[in-house]
Each structure stands twice: as structure tokens, then as C-alpha cells.
Design a protein around this ligand. Structure first.
Ligand code: N2P
Length: 361
């Protein structure tokens, strides 16, 4: 009996040691182990591909990337139980929704020493005070991309997309973002309302405007629209700033304007889902993206503004000095952040479905 108990004790000690080793000796405060693969779910064209390669060369971790078109697609994926992602990139208001729904893990800041590189303006955002769950990645605005050969004056008003007299001149020649918040938001802005409106009458007005506009819309697209513009399929696009500047590097006819009525300002964030299989590796990756030279590589590639103050010295002057990327204070004042729509979400979703399903005359 005694002998058996002793064997049992030995087995217990053995399995404890094995499980400590498996979790990398975390309990002992030692190094954790890196997973061989990391799964990132990102916006399209939203990282310098070289950064994935450099990370793999340095850490031996192969990064597999999937892309999504908009925040709602990302949310639906997680709600449906997609458990394979280690790092996701939701925008500000979506971070708030995901925290509320308990979808995000809390970050272990010990693994994120490079957080100190962030500009202090970005370290306490209202959607995630104190950066408990996410790290700001890139930020930008939503406006209008256009072909300068077609427009004598920059189309710096939502009227170009919504005023029947103006928009009809570009019939079949412009795209709208395949993004509920951005596209209904743009219609609301044109009408002089907040892009966070939850007022039913305002929203019905926006819906009618979008249904009227649909006959002139080439497509609702958030992933290839910049290429359609460069391929002359379109001459104008409801657009995220950097997407246009990135293509403009090769196609000098293209440029981007922030509508004078005001527009969206947003920040996308690196977060770890609660279900992430490789949380520690995800933190090592996020910390890598926070290195000044790496953050700068991503800004230089995507043409989006960086919340990383230490990265500035490596970011191209062309980007840092571009007022449509880092807008001056008077423009900043006209920009609006998106917020969680709360109880009005189903109404927005219904309107978006109606707009997408509406027949064009
Ligand atoms: C990148 C899309 C930008 C993200 N192609 C908009 N939040």
C-alpha cells in the first residue's frame, strides 16, 4: 500500500514537472515558448509583407494571414466561434464592442516593453482605457480617392457621391466602401448629421439617399477599389486614405481628399482573441510591430499614420508632411470617431441589408 502511494506520488511529481515544461515554466517566471505558427486576421494590404518575413527570420515563427473587408465581418467570424486567430485588427468602436462581448484577452504588458514607443495621445483611448486589451496599430481617415485627370477641382465634398446632379455625372464610375458603418456614415455626413446617428428619421433619410445613389455605384467594395481606380474602371472612390496613397505611388494621377463636411477618423488596433491558441507568441509579434523601425516600415508601406512616436524618425517625410495623412488641427476638428451604436445596431443592419438588396432602376 505504502509502496503504491509512493509510486503515485512520483507520478504526480512527474506530471507536474511535465506540465510546467509544457507551459514554458511560466510559473517559475522563465521564458515562454514560441509557437511555430501565428495566425493573423487583418485588413487587406495592411502590413508590409517584408515584416512577416523578417519576423519569421528572427523568431522562427511563420505568420499565416487571412484578410477581412470590414469590422462586422471580423466580428461575425469571432461570434461564430472561429478559434484559430492569434491576432486581429479591429477599429476603435469595434474594440469597445468586442470587450463588451468578452471576446478579447487582456494583454500581458510584461511581454510588451515596446509600448513605451507609443505617442501618449494613443495610450488611453476611450474604447480601451489604459490599453488593457489592444495596441493601436495605424490610423487614418475616410474620404474620397479620385483621378486628378478627371477632376479639375478636388472632389472634397460628399456631394460628389450623393448629390444627384453631381453623382449622376459619374454614373457607373465610382465605388462605395463595402462597409455598413462607413457607407451609411458618409450618407449621414452629407445630410449634415452625425455618423453615429441613432435617430430613426435621420437614418431613413440616409437609407433613401443610398438607395437613390445605388444606380450610379459601380460596386460596394473595400478590398480592390483602389485597383479599380488605377485601372480606370472608376474615376472616384469612397476610400480609406492610405489605400489611395499607396496606389498613387505608382499611379501619379490618383489623390485623396477629406470632405469638407467632415469624415471618419479611425484607429485600428492589434488585439488577441480570448480563444487565441498562441497568446504569448501573439504578444511577441505585437511587441515586434511596436519597434520603431518596424512600425515605420508598415507606415511607409501602407501610407497610414502611425501612433508610434519613436517611429517618426524612420517614416518617410512625404508621409509625415502630407496633410491628408496627418491632418492639420482645423481638419481634425471636423473628423468624427465612430462609436458603438448600441440598441440602434439592428436598425443600421436592416438599412444596410435594404440598401444592398435594393433593385436599381
Ligand atoms: C486597409 C484598410 C484600412 C483599414 N486596406 C480601415 N480601418
Amino acid at each position: 500500500m505504502k509502496g503504491l502511494r509512493f509510486v503515485g506520488f512520483l507520478l504526480l511529481v512527474g506530471s507536474l514537472a511535465a506540465s510546467l515544461a509544457a507551459c514554458g515554466g511560466k510559473a517559475g517566471g522563465g521564458e515562454e515558448t514560441l509557437a511555430p505558427e501565428l495566425h493573423v486576421y487583418n485588413w487587406s494590404e495592411y502590413i508590409d509583407p517584408q515584416v512577416y518575413k523578417d519576423f519569421e527570420a528572427e523568431f522562427g515563427v511563420h505568420v499565416v494571414e487571412d484578410t477581412f473587408a470590414n469590422n462586422e465581418e471580423l466580428l461575425a467570424k469571432l461570434q461564430a466561434g472561429a478559434g484559430g486567430y492569434d491576432v486581429i485588427v479591429p477599429s476603435d468602436y469595434m474594440v469597445a464592442i468586442m470587450i463588451e462581448e468578452g471576446l478579447l484577452a487582456e494583454l500581458n504588458k510584461e511581454n510588451l516593453p515596446n509600448l513605451s514607443n507609443l505617442d501618449s495621445k494613443f495610450t488611453n483611448p476611450p474604447y480601451d482605457p489604459g490599453l488593457v486589451h489592444c495596441v493601436p496599430y495605424l490610423w487614418g481617415t475616410t474620404g474620397i480617392g479620385y483621378n486628378m485627370e478627371v477632376f479639375e477641382e478636388p472632389p472634397d465634398s460628399w456631394a460628389y457621391l450623393f448629390d444627384p446632379e453631381l453623382a449622376s455625372q459619374y454614373a457607373g464610375k465610382f465605388t462605395m466602401l463595402n462597409d455598413m458603418r462607413e457607407t451609411i456614415g458618409a450618407a449621414l455626413k452629407y445630410l449634415g448629421y452625425s455618423l453615429n446617428s441613432t435617430d430613426e428619421a435621420e437614418l431613413m433619410e440616409a437609407r433613401d439617399l443610398l438607395i437613390q445613389q445605388k444606380q450610379w455605384v459601380y460596386a460596394y467594395d473595400a478590398e480592390q477599389y483602389e485597383d479599380l481606380l488605377s485601372a480606370d474602371e472608376t474615376v472616384m472612390a469612397h476610400a480609406w486614405s492610405g489605400d489611395i496613397f499607396m496606389v498613387a505611388e505608382e499611379d501619379e494621377r490618383l489623390w485623396y481628399a477629406i470632405p469638407k463636411e467632415g469624415a471618419t477618423i479611425w484607429a485600428d488596433n492589434l488585439c488577441i482573441p480570448k480563444t487565441a491558441p498562441n497568446k504569448y507568441t501573439a504578444e511577441v509579434f505585437i511587441n515586434y510591430l511596436l519597434r520603431p523601425d518596424v512600425a515605420a516600415k508598415n507606415s511607409n508601406y501602407t501610407w497610414y499614420a502611425s501612433p508610434n512616436a519613436a517611429a517618426s524618425e524612420y517614416i518617410d517625410a512625404e508621409i509625415l508632411e502630407e496633410p491628408a495623412i496627418y491632418p492639420p488641427p482645423d481638419v481634425m476638428e471636423r473628423l468624427e470617431w465612430m462609436e458603438d451604436l448600441g440598441d440602434a445596431t439592428p436598425l443600421w443592419e436592416r438599412i444596410w441589408t435594404e440598401v444592398r438588396a435594393a433593385a436599381t432602376p
